[in-house]
Design a protein around this ligand. Structure first.
Ligand code: ZN
Length: 527
């Protein structure tokens, strides 16, 4: 029988409890010194191990072997508690209807001594859901508890618990698992279960489960069922969870910043066509904004990726206050999605509003800096073309400067070297026209210039940057214009490739002839 992971990996003793070290230390010390309290309150987000710790604590207090902090898991008492069939350790779910009845009978039964164990322990889950009469019943017991009775209360909402109860509990706050911590644990579990999982897939599971171990494990359960060859891929996770790729969200934010409403709506509808849920798209936007804000406050949870850095840089000129109000707006619209049955319209309005709040008006950081140095024309002199306000007048209006060494038509080999050597200058030229574009292009490297085509290659880490450049035909035009301006070569084309799919040496006629002649194949190309 398949045992779900959350049950299979539920901690059986304190050593197996994850990520709550300080709490475990205090509880173990209390057992050792026989100074346990009558009532404990375990508060914290869902899936942080509150009820698991309560069960282990109950076993540790009642185990017949009584070895401190390490229940034997073999004696009858331990086994009954683990199976939930102990007469002395009773679990009550305060959120269920039955829970209310159980609290009522608690008052009567609490005076009966334990049947076999040392302590009679009540574990009350979601205790904040108790009704007024139930609180009163509980309070009366807490005021004069029999020596053999213990209460372990667990809650995700401690603020809803009456102060009269709070003051009688020893309180422990369970902290949410950190990303690294939970991912490490998930990795171990995958390994034990004989599955491999991509790092990106783990990160997606963590994000989706909101740091809850229980939720993360139940996602893993289902991923294992769907995995091919015991391998969980990011692609599989994305499909399963219906996630919107960070890349797509990054593109949305880029278009928002560029105030390109037309492209923004085109992209949004293409995501809808792929079956993405507007709420999930909004969730993705909130997450990226959160990343930007946290990074800005220097409290980012993880080191930002190259993609993140580009995106964060893009929003540098936007006040944090403005970003925060933008996030509030997305949250507001996401909530409205639930009650108003017009998800597409709401999403479109939201995207347009975001573009208005965050787009364009504020100069991009690079441009601001340059303008201060007097390198760039004031914004008022820039002209908009196709609604793209970042295309400067120079690039749009001016013809490439005529130079002595303008070469018409096909470039010679000498020209290839020359063009490649001018890469830095080409980038500067691109930057003048569109700073955001340069930020993306500079992550690529020029690899060849043949037949008037400059091939720019992007490493696998920079796929995102490549897609940003490719996103708009006007981007390619700007790069081509910059090449012409710097090198004097007219009618150039730009081709973007991913590393690995670069033109093979076989495309080179001479090499091909030689290889054909010897009837061999190319094994290694020495640079
Ligand atoms: Zn035991």
């Amino acid at each position: 029988m398949y045992l779900v992971l959350a049950r299979k990996y539920r901690p059986k003793n304190f050593e197996e409890v994850w990520g709550q070290g300080p709490i475990i230390d205090v509880l173990k010390k209390a057992i050792k010194e026989e100074r346990t309290a009558h009532a404990y309150l375990f508060s914290g987000p869902r899936g942080t191990g509150k009820t698991s710790v309560a069960r282990v604590f109950a076993k540790a207090l009642n185990c017949e072997k009584n070895s401190i902090g390490k229940p034997c898991d073999k004696c009858e008492i331990c086994r009954n508690i683990a199976a939930g069939s102990s007469m002395d350790v009773l679990e009550i779910d305060a959120a269920s209807n039955r829970g209310i009845d159980e609290i009522r009978s608690l008052r009567e039964n609490v005076n009966l001594t334990p049947s076999s164990a040392r302590f009679k322990i009540y574990i009350i889950d979601e205790v904040h859901m108790l009704t007024e009469p139930a609180w009163n019943a509980l309070l009366k017991t807490l005021e004069e508890p029999p020596d053999y009775v213990k209460f372990f209360l667990a809650t995700t909402a401690p603020e809803k618990i009456p102060s009269t109860i709070l003051s009688r509990c020893q309180r422990f706050n369970f902290k949410p698992f950190e990303q690294g911590e939970l991912i490490k644990r998930l990795k171990e579990i995958c390994k034990k279960e004989g599955f491999t999982i991509e790092d990106e897939a783990l990160k997606a599971v963590y994000d989706f489960s909101g740091a809850s171990m229980r939720d993360a494990l139940s996602v893993l359960d289902q991923l294992f069922v769907n995995a091919e060859d015991n391998n969980v891929t990011y692609h599989g996770v994305k499909e399963f969870l219906g996630l919107v790729e960070e890349k797509s969200v990054g593109e949305i934010l880029m278009l928002v910043r560029e105030k390109d409403v037309k492209q923004l709506l085109v992209l949004f509808h293409s995501l809808l066509a792929e079956g993405k849920d507007p709420a999930v798209i909004m969730e993705g936007i909130i997450k990226r904004f959160k990343g930007i804000i946290l990074e800005r406050m220097s409290v980012g949870e993880t080191t930002p990726s190259e993609e993140d850095k580009t995106l964060y840089g893009l929003f540098e000129g936007v006040e944090t206050e403005v970003l925060l109000s933008a996030v509030s707006l997305v949250i507001e619209y996401k909530n409205r999605l639930r009650v108003e049955n017009i998800p597409v319209v709401l999403s479109e309005i939201l995207l347009i509003k975001l573009a208005q709040i965050l787009g364009g008006d504020t100069a991009l950081p690079q441009k601001t800096a340059e303008r201060k140095e007097g390198k760039v024309q004031p914004k008022s002199k820039q002209v908009a073309k196709d609604g793209d306000i970042f295309v400067s007048e120079r690039t749009v209006k001016e013809k490439p400067a005529e130079r002595e060494d303008v070469v018409e038509g096909k470039a010679s080999l000498k020209n290839e070297e020359e063009v490649l050597a001018q890469w830095k200058n080409i980038l500067s030229e691109v930057k003048k026209a569109k700073a955001t574009l340069e930020a993306a292009v500079r992550e690529g490297s020029p690899v060849s210039f043949k037949n008037n085509t400059l091939v720019i290659s992007f490493g696998s880490k920079y796929e995102f940057h490549k897609s940003l450049v490719e996103g708009k035909q006007s981007n390619i035009k700007i790069i081509e214009g910059a090449i012409t301006k710097i090198t004097g070569v007219k009618d150039v084309n730009v081709s973007l490739v991913s590393e690995g799919e670069q033109e093979s040496p076989m495309d080179n006629g001479d090499v091909k002839k030689i290889v054909d002649f010897f009837g061999g194949e190319i094994i290694n190309v020495e640079e």
